[in-house]
Design a protein. Structure first.
Length: 299
């Protein structure tokens, strides 16, 4: 029987879709998941099974995992990749937005682990890959809930790795830098709540600040925190290159405990070696600069 992989967040144009394609070359049967099967139309191969799974819903995750175990001998590789973006000042962002981000980015992974890792433990083998982010290690302004959800995810993955040593399951934490994907574009136009006014009205178009925001004069700079990572100037890495390098490592006999690659990784590693005060001052100085056209998305 070929090895089996289960991946979340596989919509067209994203990292998950690229990871699926890379796994095919390794001989895996891949269960690709997203909230909608239609959103995975780019994935078409006899060894890909597409499932509608919403990682924010307990029953949806349980049903999807159960189906895999009914059809196969078990999941060998679990990749928790589903994620959602967040942009906006903390003072302007509603509590519900933070809950939404954590439900996907953090608790989505927790739900997968609870449904899969005990089964891996019974077999005494398996690998879990958690896709985090470099900004879960060092914060950037105006992305607080995304930063925080990834920071929590990193600590969860590292704790899980230690605890899984006694049951034969390996855990790999991947901290991508800038990777070409659709998360910023989709987040701006369809999924993301952009900002909420005092009257509780939400906008779902291109990102805008509330008219009475303390940060109204920084709208372009705030937009850049969402879009700049998708530009060549930021050293964005192609998603297929990222996927191939990650899959090569995590499917090896001895996968690394931690892996980081992508645009801005070298700069971020340098900043992490500096004092927190110095690193924060450098990041804030860069954020305050007036951005160049093309680095802050739709007007």
């Amino acid at each position: 029987m070929p090895p089996v992989a289960f991946i979340t967040g596989c919509s067209n144009g994203g990292i998950g879709s690229a990871l699926c394609r890379s796994l095919l070359s390794k001989g895996y049967t891949v269960y690709a998941t997203a909230r909608s099967v239609d959103s995975m139309s780019d994935l078409s191969h006899k060894n890909i099974r597409k499932l509608a799974v919403d990682v924010t819903d307990n029953e949806s995750v349980a049903v999807g995992i159960r189906k895999v175990y009914e059809e196969t001998e078990g999941i060998d590789l679990l990749i928790s990749n589903a994620g959602t973006n967040h942009t906006g000042p903390l003072l302007d962002t509603p509590y519900e937005e933070g809950v939404r981000v954590f439900e996907t980015n953090f608790f989505g992974c927790v739900r997968l682990v609870k449904n899969v890792v005990p089964r891996m433990g019974l077999r005494g083998r398996g690998t879990v890959v958690v896709i985090g982010s470099i900004i879960g290690e060092l914060a950037t302004p105006f992305q607080a809930f995304y930063n925080s959800s990834k920071a929590a995810l990193h600590m969860y993955a590292e704790t899980l790795r230690m605890e899984c040593r006694v049951i034969g399951v390996k855990v790999v934490l991947v901290a991508p830098g800038a990777i070409k994907s659709n998360i910023a574009v989709v987040g701006a136009s369809v999924i993301q709540w952009c900002i909420r006014s005092r009257w509780g009205r939400f906008q779902k178009s291109a990102y805008t600040l509330a008219h009475d925001s303390f940060y109204k004069g920084m709208e372009k700079q705030i937009k850049r925190t969402r879009y700049e990572s998708q530009t060549k100037a930021f050293g964005v890495m192609d998603a297929d290159e990222f996927a191939n390098r990650v899959i090569s490592k995590v499917t090896s006999q001895n996968p690394p405990q931690y892996l980081t690659l992508g645009g801005a990784v070298r700069v971020w590693n340098l900043l992490k070696w500096l004092s927190r005060t110095t690193a924060e001052a450098i990041i804030w100085r860069e954020v305050l600069k007036m951005p160049k056209p093309g680095t802050y998305g739709p007007e």
